[in-house]
Design a protein around this ligand. Structure first.
Ligand SMILES: [Mn+2]
Length: 358
């Protein structure tokens, strides 16, 4: 298992590579280059500079996240072919610099979604990302986008890039005719073109689940349960077509049995990497993000790590969102302290699993 940490690049993150290097048992990054809009080619010199910075700090980067899929590909518009060509070029460019896994998603228009990016947790005064479907019902998609960018402490949030969202209403309307089957067909078209390139370059595509794990604003969403992921994997049969198994996204729906889902796809060798975090259920379609510790949230993190240990031991893991603690100010969900605590804890579980299995 390689324990990693998400990092947005020099000048674009409140956290330094030196700080990440000092987290015990953190060997590398899941990297992000969020200067690129969906559909653009990620240029080789820019990738090379990012990778070089990371290596200089004594860290590895073999996973890159948020290589976003252009909306025209999801909508199946004629212009998709050019965007797919660009995507293929980005895969080749990343592969040349040692990238082994590319994390992306196929969510229409809106990426991950919360109704509050900094909900105060009464017990200890920390804050974390929060979702309440009832609050959402009172808002339009445009209001949600505005609230989300306003409350991000000045950081661009992945999936919420302004240029991607400025035509929000027009794009939302275009999804009126797209049902889940149609979206899957458009997804198949994309995979048929992109996965052969991954096979050539020895790169795995890893699709991230819908977050939260149900449809929102009437948009088709096709990646939020074991059955739906089974359908996704059936779209193209290749070991390079995998899941980024995010325990907190899938875990937002208590009907998803996370350890069971990990075992199922892990033993088929179809998990490219893991985001591991906990979530606390507060009611129907209402939750907040908690620390990683099992007893702080609703997921059994020991069972989750055990399922990974038993079915996908050579994988990449990173702690996912953390709370904001100790008065840290940063990109919501992506502070240093709570995620570093998450790494220490997850590594502790892993050490115990290793030793008890000797
Ligand atoms: Mn995730």
């Amino acid at each position: 298992m390689k324990m990693t940490f998400r990092w947005y690049g020099e000048g674009n993150d409140s956290i330094t590579l030196k700080q990440i290097k000092q987290i015990p048992g953190c060997s590398g990054l899941m990297g992000v280059l969020d200067q690129y809009a969906a559909g653009e080619v990620w240029e080789e010199p820019v990738i090379a500079k990012y990778v070089e910075d990371v290596h200089k700090a004594g860290l590895l980067v073999e996973v890159i996240e948020s290589v976003n899929v252009h909306e025209d590909i999801k909508l199946g518009l004629p212009s998709r072919d050019q965007y797919i060509e660009n995507y293929k070029q980005t895969i080749r460019n990343l592969a040349k610099h040692g990238i082994k896994v590319i994390v992306y998603n196929f969510m229409p228009v809106l990426d991950w979604l919360r109704t509050d990016l900094a909900r105060i947790i009464a017990e200890d005064g920390s804050n974390s990302l929060y979702y309440d479907e009832e609050e959402l019902l009172g808002l339009t998609p445009l209001q949600i986008v505005e609230n989300t960018s306003k409350n991000s402490n000045g950081f661009r949030l992945p999936g919420w890039e302004p240029e991607r969202l400025k035509e929000l209403e027009r794009v939302l309307a275009m999804y009126q005719d797209i049902n889940p089957d149609k979206l899957r067909e458009n997804y198949r078209y994309f995979l048929e073109r992109v996965i052969p390139v991954c096979e050539e370059c020895d790169v795995k595509m890893a699709v991230h689940p819908d977050d939260p794990a149900w449809p929102i604003f009437g948009l088709p969403r096709i990646a939020h349960s074991k059955e739906l992921f089974e359908k996704i994997l059936e779209l193209y049969d290749s070991p390079n077509h995998t899941i980024c198994l995010c325990t907190g996204s899938l875990g937002s729906n208590p009907e998803n049995d996370i350890p069971e889902i990990i075992r199922y796809f892990g033993s088929k060798n179809r998990v490219g990497c893991f985001h591991v975090r906990n979530v606390k259920y507060l009611g129907y379609r209402k939750f907040r993000e908690s620390s990683h510790l099992s007893s702080d949230g609703s997921l059994d993190m020991y069972e989750i790590m055990k399922a990974i240990y038993e079915t996908a031991p050579d994988t990449y893991i990173r702690p996912d969102h953390g709370r904001m603690i100790w008065d840290e100010v940063g990109r919501p969900g992506y502070g240093l302290y709570d995620r570093a605590l998450g790494i220490a804890y997850l590594n502790g579980l892993w050490e115990a699993l290793e030793k008890s299995n000797k």
